[in-house]
Design a protein around this ligand. Sequence first.
Ligand code: AMP
Length: 216
Amino acid sequence: MRLVLVGAPGSGKGTQAELLVRRHGLKAIGTGDILRAAIRDNTPVGRQAEPILRQGRLVPDRIVNDLIAEVFRDPDQPAAFVLDGYPRTYAQAIAFDALLNLQFIKLDAVVHLAVKDDEVVRRIGSRRCCGGPNCGVCYNLLARPPKTDGICDRCGHPLIIRDDDREETVRRRLVEFHANTDQLIEHYRLRGLLREISALDPVETIHANILKAVNP
Ligand code: AMP
């Protein structure tokens, strides 16, 4: 399976990507995760991206295109994957198409997890992520709380609210998401790859709908 997940922040892309990894052995490729790791490791890309992530803005296309090209040009390029958070603009989609063509890789589907803005704000307000080094696992206080209040199940570090999860940042990210994504979605609709799925259903229902949409 070779999938792209498209959806507003908080639409549940990360959760669905995780299920696809656990149950179907896909490799999850998330530009947000790659960028946060670069910031943690204080690489040149990380230093450039850090203020942009803090403000909830999009990192320039060139930077994320290069990060993704590195993943797919690797001799160990993933055979089965789910992309979470890339492509995020029309220009990224065009660059990604070219990269996949060059590597003779065909996408099976682009899944759009559709959700209204107010629901996104409500959901992200209850998100807490692990602040520990090399972890970053996220929980939802309503839908998927940690076993112990405020503590990461996986590594025991305290949970924090990520800067880019604060309400004013989320609202800004949503404006940016809509400005960039309409054309991207239209592009994949025209190519016959787009599958629209409601992000309001329970996690398991969405997972089943994704599988049905990819293998009808
Ligand atoms: P995410 O974890 O996918 O919500 O991404 C967190 C942040 O990383 C975003 O708010 C952007 O600042 C940046 N980012 C992640 N993916 C991309 C992308 N494809 N294009 C531009 N910026 C990105």
